[in-house]
Design a protein around this ligand. Sequence first.
Ligand SMILES: [Zn+2]
Length: 329
Amino acid sequence: MRKTVFVDMIPDLSEVMAPTHEKYRSKRNLALAEMVTQDGSSWTERSCPACRSATPVRRFSQAIIPFGKCASCGTIFARKLPSQAMLDGRRLADQPDHDKDEEVGAHAARSIQFTSLTNWMRLTAARHSRTIGKVLDYRFSTNAAGWPFAARASGVANKWYFSSVRSPEDQGALEQLARELQEFLPDTVTIFSELDRFSDPSALLQLIKENTKSGAWIFIAAACADGLEYELLGADSPSFIPLDRLNLFSLSGLTDLAVDIGYDVIEVATPGRLDAVILQQYYNLLHDETTPFWPKFFRDADKDTLQNFQIFLQRSLRSGVLRLVMRHP
Ligand SMILES: [Zn+2]
């Protein structure tokens, strides 16, 4: 299994905790609070979505709904969930077409993200002397209106199909995906930022395996519980938006889950660019001295130090974003 490092430039502080991000975070937290109040009785308890371990779960957050950290694999997860239909219905209701992208970040930051994803796919395919033909993208375009255009324009694949969140009254999420996979017959599936939000990620990965051919590749990008940001800031981390982070996999938790389902894991990486900048901003704004080393380290760090530290986090697989490539054997 290959471990990849992505050396990108450190972004400007304005990219982190932008007013649009804070507005989006507040809106999603309000949506979650409303869902709990309206229909909390139908929510179900669950164990670790990665290893389903029965070992004790450490408390991660009690805000709005309880989140735990699996003592066995380190995955962070919501311990109570509504149905996928309820999650999908709320997601559609909260996303009017005209401001999808404005809500989740500045346009420039999104373009960088799209290019980074397509470059990753292109380089991975080239490393393995593989051509990417037909890609089914799972739901990323629901929150990233510019993604279909950017993906097609990149030329990384011959053909794309963008599966999006539909009204849960039409069809269940998994039934919809099974039909789309059978009709489109992709050789590659992309799951970007969606494992984090799905109520049963194991069932999702299982269904993709059952409905793709041997040799199909799956590219996953997700938030990563191993990130230093989550280790130091916990649920205070600005990236932790509970409704969008129902599952925060650890790299080992997700890798073991993929292997259990029967995939070959080809490549893992934690290519996050923002951990160091987020931590510096946090410690500049707040005087939290419970771990005195880190506040001083980040307050004193210049741009070179931050960049070197971010590269160190990527090399040691301790950044807050993970990428994983797996293959249907
Ligand atoms: Zn676990």
